[in-house]
Design a protein around this ligand. Structure first.
Ligand code: ADP
Ligand code: MG
Length: 411
């Protein structure tokens, strides 16, 4: 088994990694780093939580020419949150190093502040496609000396429809740049992109899919649309998650559920693409800090985001497909921690859930959540529009992580 030393990573980085508790390379890091250090193009398929970021970041850091104050590496990510997160990870490694700079550029930030910072000649840029191109167009970001281009979460990038932007970015970079693509899945569009632009790429596939999902205890609970919220609240009360993400299908449903749970005294917040950048960052920060341990989100939050310490993922609404299911529940049980994922199904999505189970080859344990009379009444009142705030039963114990033997049990 390789170590970071045998992978030829410098002591300097290894020490910084150790401070973060990172001692052994993950399989994708072990496989990718030697090829990336050798300058090869690479396409890597691996589930979320497998350590893709360091797999491309360490070789980039190793290859930066400290003398040259030009943009040498560009990392393109599909969402602001993801760009922010990769930038944070980069900054953790280059902290206190004067000769090396990294900058995140994404929409929602002040363009002029970004231009000013770009003027300080960062060698590494991390950003979302639109804003990167914006700066290229303004002449404030020069990619002509680029050595490495990374597309992270390529599948999501294409799903969002960023192909034209990506092609424009590629066109703005030198033809002999190293090109790295990372993706959790390999739909034909991603393969096509790789075939068009990667030169003789190394292909790496890490079968961590099972491992990732296996580390997560998966449950499914059947209810009706009317009792959905009462079912969720009962589970929150009984399981007392330390930190949970609750997924809904649409922005509107997120906002509604957030308002209603807050009204009932639950410490929740919302995260979706309809919020301003400031609000999104604030929601993430409060969640990281544990101030609002229940984050209600659309799939915006399900990709790539590394929210460590998430103990529970709830699919309040089922995801569209098996892929999104894996991404959502992958928010918990990361890097060796255990996690719990609970999907709430109503009669109308019973079949699609079973299809998904079959497709993934996983067995999801059915549980029964019995609602108290009080809970049913509250739900009833609420559907009639008389919302009654209650705050009972939650306090310090909620964060104690003890699962009370409650009325939630396996079938
Ligand atoms: P991916 O991009 O594949 O979803 P990340 O790069 O975001 O995964 O890594 C997921 C988590 O695992 C992060 O918290 C990261 O710090 C951690 N991690 C990455 N590499 C290692 C490693 N070699 N050992 C332990 N933890 C790691
Ligand atoms: Mg990632």
């Amino acid at each position: 088994m390789s170590t970071f030393e045998t992978l030829n990573i410098q002591e300097l980085w290894i020490k910084k990694l150790q401070k973060q508790g990172i001692k052994q390379p993950t399989p994708i890091q072990e496989q990718a780093i030697p090829h990336l250090l050798a300058g090869r193009d690479l396409i890597g398929k691996a589930q979320t939580g497998t350590g893709k970021t360091l797999a491309f970041l360490l070789p980039i850091l190793e290859q930066i020419d400290l003398e040259s104050k030009t943009v040498q590496a560009l990392i393109v990510a599909p969402t602001r949150e993801l760009a922010r997160q990769i930038a944070d990870e980069t900054h953790k490694l280059i902290r206190n190093m004067e000769d090396i700079r990294a900058l995140a550029v994404y929409g929602g930030q002040d363009v002029f502040k970004q231009i000013q910072r770009l003027g300080r000649m960062p060698q590494i840029i991390i950003g979302t496609p639109g804003r990167i191109l914006d700066h290229v167009g303004r002449g404030t970001l020069d990619l002509s000396a680029l050595k490495t281009l990374v597309l992270d979460e390529a599948d999501q990038m294409l799903q969002i429809g960023f192909l034209p932007e990506i092609e424009d970015i590629i066109a703005a970079a030198p033809v002999d740049r190293q090109f790295v693509m990372l993706s959790a899945t390999m739909p034909p569009k991603v393969e096509q992109l790789a075939k068009t632009y990667l030169r003789d790429p190394i292909e790496i596939q890490v079968e961590a899919e099972k491992v990732t999902v296996d580390a997560i205890e998966q449950f499914v609970v059947e209810t009706t649309d009317r009792r959905k919220q009462a079912t969720l609240r009962t589970m929150l009360d009984e399981m007392r998650p330390y930190a949970a993400i609750i997924f809904c299908r649409t922005q509107r449903r997120v906002t509604k559920l957030n308002e209603e749970l807050q009204m009932q005294g639950y410490p929740t917040d919302e995260l979706h693409g309809g919020l301003t950048q400031g609000k999104r960052e604030k929601a993430m920060a409060k969640f990281y800090q544990g101030k609002t341990p229940f984050l209600i989100a659309t799939d915006v939050a399900s990709r790539g985001l590394d929210v460590t310490g998430v103990t529970h993922v709830f699919n309040y609404d089922l995801p569209d497909d098996a892929e999104s299911y894996v991404h959502r529940i992958g928010r918990t049980g990361r890097a060796g921690n255990d996690g719990v994922a609970i999907s709430i199904v109503t009669p109308k999505d019973g079949r699609s859930f079973r299809d998904m189970e079959r497709e993934l080859g996983v067995e999801v344990t059915p549980i029964v959540v019995e609602l108290s009379d009080e809970m049913i009444r509250a739900q009833h009142d609420q559907s009639k529009g008389t919302k009654k705030p209650t705050t009972e039963g939650r306090g310090n114990t909620r964060r104690s992580n003890n699962r009370r033997p409650g009325r939630t049990h396996r079938k």
